[in-house]
Design a protein around this ligand. Sequence first.
Ligand code: NAD
Length: 364
Amino acid sequence: MILGIPKESAAGEHRVALIPESVARLVKAGVSVRVERGAGLAAGFPDSAYEAAGATLGDAAAALSADLVCKVQKPSPAEAARMTKGAHLISLLAPSTSTESIAALDAQGVTAFALELVPRITRAQSMDVLSSQATVAGYKAVLIGASASPKFLPMLTTAAGTIAPSKVCVLGAGVAGLQAIATARRLGAVVSGFDIRAAAAEQIRSLGATVVAQDLIAADSETAGGYAKEQTKEQQDAIQQALRDHLKGMDMVITTAQIPGRAAPRLISTDTVKTMAPGAVIVDLAAESGGNCEATKAGETVDVHGVHVIGPVNLPATMPFHASQMLSRNILTFIQHMLQKDGTLKVDRTDEITGAMIVTGRAA
Ligand code: NAD
């Protein structure tokens, strides 16, 4: 089997799907790997490292015409047209919004696996790109907030006086939120957190943060899959009200709340932003799915009465070395899950992991 690693073509995408360390393992397992020249360069992995790992360098056409193509972002229509019938594709595919791209891949006879559809089960944890990339986003969100803030995060005792630590609140304590809490704590801030899943409260506390509005967290706020359930309008209003008083005193707020397949829940109204002190910073990690803050604009920083509302997009691509390293290990584990002793793929549509991630050939 020939595996191709094209250079990412989407604007601002600096990650690469597989790094040389993973390529070496695949080559050892009998896979021939073709890498487009320069594919890993923006992430810090030069062509020479891929060659040393046993890969062959080539152009985009060579990588895209492989039996198995591994990408970070979904292929453009032009890239998809260069793939061959019967080939396999492993990539982020945004399956809920990319119906046309998926139909085009399907029509071309490509079997596509959407990395977003990895089941959130223990057996698939090492393949879980949602978790690995959310870890990067949660960490980076705090650094973005810290650099936009006019204040120190830690308490400082200096000859010029004592500086009080910043107060940081993290809304949504899933993978990204817990990493944001841990990062803000490491930087010395006084941190609080909120999540509507009852199980998250203990995790927030275990990182040394306090839990906000715990009395509003219902015991049945979690689905069987461990995700948050969507709330009623009344519940959302009660939470917004409770958060309003708390957020007033915050120097930085990081929001990460998501409901799978739906627009992000609105947790901070513009009126609440206006109650915060000038210089406070809100970093909204849900910007791409509509924002947790009413004032958020994806890809922009909005100034609301001196409060900076930052709506970053695709944060993992801004830390491409480690984001690619983690992504690559996730993808490698998924390939190994399907790889046979002779170096070919066996796609078992009845398998709990493989079957859940296939988005083409549903009729097969
Ligand atoms: P996510 O990105 O879908 O959501 C982020 C967080 O926002 C979640 O914690 C969610 O509860 C919270 N949220 C949603 N609506 C909210 C609201 N109105 N107010 C406040 N918070 C709100 O979630 P995620 O980080 O991908 O993970 C969700 C859960 O799945 C976590 O419990 C996580 O530990 C679990 N998980 C399990 C596995 C596994 O077993 N393989 C892997 C990854 C995650």
